[in-house]
Design a protein around this ligand. Structure first.
Ligand SMILES: N[C@@H](CCC(=O)N[C@@H](CS)C(=O)NCC(=O)O)C(=O)O
Length: 204
């Protein structure tokens, strides 16, 4: 059995779990509930960066980060591949994944910055940092709106759905659907897929 260091709120873990479901590998992955900020020793022994997701294969090999785990899972099972063969389609898919993961990165950084501000009080430097993350999220959303993903059949689309779900969880005040109607319609068209509906982050 493979092991996945897991948290239900991480957008990167959700992307990996969506790949697990899309590739029919549910029975092959044991989930290890993990809070990376509490510095768990088993996670840090597997991934020196101390981040989730981290997958440990049956022979004990640790694989990270999420794009690498997703590519590894794509080589298992018989489902249609989520990573296109080398060529322009693959580069487009990987770039879309990078854009989506980058939106999640900015939202995660903003979330951490918000906690710091609450503890230490706002400083101009922190306010500028928060604004920079928000600006990256806004530009990322504009790029997705200009060219929404297609079917949930390649890794870029999976990553985009997970990043948008994370915005709904952490930045609901952004109200991205009202300003990005094509993107909202796209997410509505794919969100009933089990890969997404069974991996929704808890809201409470
Ligand atoms: N690029 C990484 C990002 C992973 C990441 O930042 N995970 C967060 C949880 S959402 C984490 O483990 N943070 C702990 C830390 O930053 O120390 C990936 O795609 O897997």
């Amino acid at each position: 059995m493979m092991k996945l260091f897991h948290s239900p709120t991480s957008p990167y873990v959700r992307k990996v779990m969506a790949c697990v479901l899309l590739r029919g590998l549910q029975g092959k992955v044991e989930l290890v509930p993990t809070s990376p900020m509490q510095n768990p020793g088993d996670l840090q022994a597997a991934n020196p960066l101390g981040k989730i997701p981290c997958l440990v294969t049956e022979d004990g090999t640790a694989i990270y980060d999420s794009p690498v785990i997703c590519e590894y899972l794509d080589g298992l099972g018989n489902a249609a591949p989520l990573f296109p063969a080398p060529g322009p389609a693959r580069i487009a898919s990987l770039t879309l994944q990078a854009l989506a993961d980058g939106i999640a990165d900015a939202a995660v950084a903003r979330q951490q910055g918000r906690a710091q501000q609450e503890e230490a009080g706002p400083t101009p430097r922190q306010a500028a940092f928060q604004e920079r993350q928000l600006a990256a999220i806004r530009r990322g959303l504009a790029a997705l709106e200009a060219s929404p993903p297609a079917a949930l059949a390649e890794i870029g689309a999976v990553a985009a759905a997970c990043a948008l779900g994370y915005l709904d969880l952490r930045l609901p005040e952004l109200g991205w659907r009202a300003t990005h109607p094509k993107l909202a319609a796209w997410l509505a068209s794919v969100e009933a897929s089990p890969a997404l509906s069974r991996t929704l982050p808890p809201t409470a």
